[in-house]
Design a binder for this molecule. Sequence first.
Ligand code: SF4
Length: 298
Amino acid sequence: MPTVSAAQLRERAEQAAAKLAACDLCPRRCGVNRTAGELGFCGIGRRAVVASYGPHFGEERPLVGRGGSGTVFFSGCNLRCVFCQNDDISHGRQGREVDEAQLAGIFLAVAAAGCHNLNLVTPSHVAPQILGGVGLALVAGFDLPVVYNTGGYDTPETLRLLEGVVDIYMPDYKFSDPEPAERYLGAPDYPIVVRAALKEMHRQVGDLVIDDRGVAGRGLLVRHLVMPFGRADSEAALRFLAEEISPRTYTNIMDQYRPCHRARQFDELARRPFPEEMAEVYAAARRVGLTRLDKPAW
Ligand code: SF4
């Protein structure tokens, strides 16, 4: 649950919304005037677009508990992953345009459904709208932990506006090397950006704290998707987490890569990772000293 006051939250929402006039919310820094209807790389204007919302039971165990994680899927994205599994939402921009009052209504509906948290999926390009919506929801009694479920392409400046509002940061750490980051995300600076973002997120919330019920209330949870042929350079990502964030970084090493969207245009991405490739990444996690993996069998 946000710890900033309603007045502080209003101020943050205003500061964030001011960025929309020459948008530099994310590292793309498109400079477009979203308040006047101009669209930048993410394709979303002044209002957020929500594709769907409701309890979700497919997220990490500490988010799901018994009541589920209250996901809100935002349309548009500031990355262009060639292997995107939600292409219709991220790039097709399906969904309903909502103002901040409607967004607050969605957040309250998620709370009323008995979810353990509000899980904001792909939020980076709509941080101002989220701050406005959370502010209105708070006044109406909203009290869930807020999860920022991001691709990791976030600026420290925007993240600082979220301090005391976001309880759990759940970023991806996709690539450690600029070459695959450019080839598969269209963002050669992704490795530098995600490392700075991870540091800022951890500074704000620390390691993941899980209560007696097995439910997370605060902290950092990192996702790393293993790619075929070692294209995600997994050991470098895991080593960074262990050495420069914390060996107690709660990390989900994900095995669900499959060739979606445009991935089959890249020969090296046209298959799932083999079990032995997954085993090697789990071994690397042990080697670098990570102690908390979201994997029962490792
Ligand atoms: S949020 Fe969208 S418009 Fe703003 S800088 Fe990022 S991609 Fe560009």
